[in-house]
Design a protein around this ligand. Structure first.
Ligand code: SIN
Ligand code: CO
Length: 395
């Protein structure tokens, strides 16, 4: 994507400008971000979708008793004519190609940050109440109208004891009525309240940001995996060391230690040995890249792959036309020479042609990059076709 090209999606500013001036900083209302937008899924389709076990969903409604929430799957829903309810389907990009393609129009932001596309449908008056989110979000009006009230207020105290996050003192500062194709960008912690005006559908392109605790725990787990993998050579848990890193197979020795009259006391030598052992682990960028590459490409348990071209063997060469395209659920990322796919470190290095496949999510069979694919790469791509991670799409 050319990040210096003005985008209608961003109201005529460039991705570079948006990232510098708005991202994580301030709201942006974009009228007709997608002119003439028609959602790929209808309200009826969403009602069908939330019947499925693998689709995460929530029903939210307000009545005399206050706010209520129920999690799906839903066999039955409130009657369409009943006002004040809203139904939210999470990660619809995993289940619908067109929604995945819509989400990927926002790839001027790293895949590492892009999370999912949630679709909400609501009847008149429906919404999830005034709240704030911890992450950035683009709220695209897909069908009908929604009235958004927003505020940059500092008071983010929540109502206690409710099944959902509702702000105690929401003070709207601005108000917009969104029509189909309009979009509202909100940075983290911006207070907002969206209320359906008649039947309404809103698509939220959501982002994720790990906490320091998540990053630190991930590093510790990666270090743990590294240690276990490298125990292989001493008859430990794994037969083959697979992750580069220090060997920690030496056992504690205390030849010459004095006899003790206080056997319950913890020996200093053992305490020191533990500190020395952990100091051998390098919490460096290599370890971080391995953890992040695997973690960020990890596929959610409700993603599922259906091979469409499993009989195609690319090892002898690619078809003369058509393209190879990643499945909507596939996650492919790279850093330096390492390539990560769907939670695994790929068996081949991240060559320029595979980086291109990762960035573009497809590779034309007749392209120069495709012509440069090595046999080993074509063999691995064949495996991805068999897994359903990649598909061959004829012209
Ligand atoms: C909605 O679509 O109703 C909720 C989206 C949000 O407020 O984050
Ligand atoms: Co929100």
């Amino acid at each position: 994507m050319n990040i210096d090209q003005p985008l209608a999606l961003l109201g005529g500013i460039t991705p570079r400008h948006f990232m510098r001036h708005y991202w994580q900083r301030k709201p942006l209302l974009i009228r007709q971000a997608i002119p003439g937008f028609k959602p790929s899924l209808s309200i009826a389709n969403i009602k069908q979708l939330v019947k499925r076990e693998e689709v995460e969903s929530r029903l939210i409604w307000r009545d005399e008793s206050g706010w209520n929430m129920k999690t799906g799957p839903f066999k039955r829903l409130p009657a369409a004519g009943k006002p004040n309810w809203s139904l939210l389907a999470q990660s619809v990009d995993l289940h619908d190609d067109a929604t995945a393609a819509l989400m990927r129009r926002f790839r001027f932001i790293s895949d590492a940050r892009l999370d999912d596309a949630m679709i909400s449908i609501a009847t008149d008056g429906g919404g999830v109440g005034p709240h704030f989110d911890s992450y950035d979000v683009f709220l695209l009006q897909a069908h009908g109208q929604r009235r958004w009230r927003i505020s940059q207020q500092k008071d983010l105290t929540l109502e206690p004891g409710l099944p959902l996050k509702i702000l105690q003192n929401f003070q709207a500062e601005e108000e917009f009525l969104l029509e189909p194709g309009d979009m509202l960008y909100l940075p983290p912690h911006a207070a907002h309240d969206g209320v359906a005006v008649g039947d309404c559908m809103t698509i939220s392109i959501g982002f994720r940001a790990p906490t320091q605790a998540t990053l630190a725990c991930g590093m510790l787990e990666a270090a743990n995996d590294q240690i276990l993998a490298n125990l292989g050579d001493t008859g430990g848990l794994y037969a083959n060391p697979v992750i580069p890193g220090p060997s920690l197979s030496a056992t504690f020795k205390d030849a010459g230690v004095a006899a003790t009259a206080t056997p319950a006391a913890l020996p200093d030598s053992l305490v020191e040995a533990a500190v020395k052992a952990i100091a051998k682990i390098r919490y460096d960028k290599t370890l971080a890249a391995r953890f992040l590459g695997q973690w960020l490409t990890d596929i959610p348990p409700n993603a599922y792959f259906e091979p469409s071209s499993e009989d195609l063997d690319l090892s002898a060469g690619l078809p003369v036309s058509g393209k190879l395209a990643l499945d909507r659920c596939s996650r492919l990322m790279y850093r330096d020479r390492e390539l990560f796919i769907n939670g695994e470190v790929a068996a081949i290095p991240a060559s320029p042609r595979l980086r291109l496949l990762a960035d573009e999510r497809e590779l034309a069979c007749a392209s120069q990059a495709a012509a440069r694919l090595k046999e080993e790469e074509r063999r691995v791509l064949t495996e991805w076709l068999q897994e359903g991670w990649l598909h061959y799409i004829p012209d």
